[in-house]
Design a protein around this ligand. Structure first.
Ligand SMILES: [Zn+2]
Length: 294
């Protein structure tokens, strides 16, 4: 049985009215509990974080934490539980990446915190989990080429910036152009979609983008499988159906299968107005990954 990491064991103190969907981490773990061996994600070490994040930023997090103003930019109130949860979520992506190199498929039921930069937190993201995982694999001596397929509805700005000067990592971001972040970074390939784009137009844009990205001939693929592309998402601005989302995921997974390369799936965003849809959508992605590559 395949293993997946989860932050369901982490508490996160938030006011009741806060839109961050903390319910989904335990919800998805529960939905997949029969098909996967769900394990608590291990915490990433500060030493590993330092491979990507600046000492000033990390020291600040460890000592006084984010200021009110910085926390406002992140969109989450500062607390010890916020930091702790981020350590486990990032550790989950690293553990999943190590699994992927061993078994072909690594799964983190969290992560995809693509708005985090080397020196600052943004948009619900403290650490750039995918960048941290890649940096740790490098530190362990792994030298392969990496493709990051970021299909969250928001541009992977932190990830794009972190790898802009790194020819060994190819970043693809397919997102809603008018969505957050207002100021986009340059990925290796950016596809900015109009508001409200539905299944057909989305898949038509995705196909050539995937072809171009996989032509990079990666040795390892990360998939940020954010489900905030669904219609009725609070923040996504796109209009995919659950079936369209499944087709999106199948196309990515099929490319990975054809390339015969290991895959790491991280969760990404998902803020559907119906919490059950958010959970069902994320669970669908992981089930498809298992079915195609497990
Ligand atoms: Zn998003």
């Amino acid at each position: 049985m395949h293993r997946a990491y989860s932050t369901a064991h982490c508490q996160l103190e938030l006011p009741d009215y806060h839109p961050f969907p903390k319910y989904k981490y335990a919800g998805v773990a529960e939905a997949l509990g029969e098909t996967l061996k769900v394990e608590p994600a291990p915490a990433v070490t500060w030493e590993t974080l330092a491979l990507v994040h600046s000492p000033t930023y990390l020291n600040k997090l460890r000592s006084e934490g984010l200021s009110r103003q910085e926390a406002h930019k992140v969109g989450l109130p500062w607390s010890g539980s916020l930091l702790s949860r981020a350590l486990y979520a990032t550790g989950g992506t690293l553990a999943a990446a190590q699994d992927a190199l061993q078994t072909g498929l690594g799964l983190n039921l969290a992560g995809g915190t693509h708005h985090a930069y080397a020196d600052r937190a943004e948009g619900y993201c403290l650490f750039n989990d995918v960048a941290v995982a890649i940096a740790q694999l490098r530190a362990e001596g792994w030298r392969g080429r990496v493709l990051v397929v970021d299909l969250d509805a928001h541009q992977g700005n932190g990830t794009a910036a972190l790898f802009q000067a790194d020819p060994s990592v190819y970043t693809l971001s397919v997102h809603a152009e008018r969505n957050y972040p207002l100021r986009k970074e340059q990925s290796d390939l950016d596809i900015g979609l109009a508001d409200g784009v539905g299944d057909q137009a989305y898949l038509e844009a995705l196909e050539p983008a995937l072809a171009q990205a996989f032509a990079f001939a990666p040795d390892l693929v990360f998939f940020n499988a954010g489900v905030d592309v669904l219609g009725n998402d609070r923040f996504g601005r796109l209009g995919l159906s659950l079936e369209g989302l499944a087709e999106r995921d199948r196309r990515v997974l099929e490319k990975v299968r054809e390339a015969n390369r290991p895959l790491v799936v991280v969760m990404g965003g998902g803020y559907n107005r119906d919490p059950q849809i958010t959970i069902a959508a994320h669970a669908q992605t992981y089930r498809l990954a298992l079915k195609t590559l497990g």
